[in-house]
Write a protein that binds this ligand. Structure first.
Ligand SMILES: [Zn+2]
Length: 187
């Protein structure tokens, strides 16, 4: 029964999208999932990045929340670029390209059904370190950046059985408005 759960090697293949479909189905159908799956997953992720900061959670293909030596929790790209306090939407620290005209939008939407000039804008977010595209949002002009993933990290680690020693309630507090307020005041 020892090998009933997911092996680290299979987890690695899963992360790389190389695990066979039947193996994935088997994992999904397991009536009782192995309890340390989350920790094994973090280990696999940690081995894949070129830096040492401890990964607390992954929030997208390339972005992680990591714990720095000074205790700060920051968003970090796998290339090493950091986006600051994880409680502030990382998009505020990304490079942004905005498409507003029909011509600009048609460069990426090749079908007739596409966002139209005057109704919405297409925002593309890029990593200033490796230039990877990290996100896209289609929203009305002036709409605040969407804060897509804001995980309760302390809650998650507690749920998985290993609460973080620096758990605090104010870790789970969206501080994006504070940052934008500061920018307005500085103007
Ligand atoms: Zn990057």
């Amino acid at each position: 029964m020892a090998e009933e759960g997911i092996s680290k090697e299979n987890l690695r293949l899963l992360v790389d999208s190389e695990l066979q479909l039947d193996a994935i189905h088997k994992l999904i159908r397991m009536p009782i999932k192995d309890a340390d799956r989350f920790w094994k997953y973090l280990e696999v992720l940690q081995e894949r990045v070129p830096w040492k900061d401890k990964i607390l959670v992954r929030i997208s293909d390339k972005l992680y929340v990591v714990k720095k030596k000074d205790g700060k929790r920051v968003v970090k790209c796998d290339c090493g670029q950091e986006f600051g306090d994880y409680r502030v939407n990382w998009k505020l620290s990304a490079d942004v390209y905005v498409r507003r005209t029909d011509e600009e939008i048609a460069e990426v939407y090749t079908t007739q059904i596409r966002p139209r000039e005057g109704y919405v804008e297409v925002r593309e977010f890029y990593c200033p370190g490796c230039q990877a595209q990290l996100g896209v949002e289609v929203v009305p002009e002036g709409y605040p950046f969407i804060f897509e993933v804001f995980p309760d990290i302390d809650g998650l680690h507690k749920l998985e059985g290993k609460p973080l020693p620096d758990a605090r309630e104010d870790w789970f507090e969206d501080r994006t408005p504070r940052q934008t307020e500061l920018w307005v005041k500085e103007k």
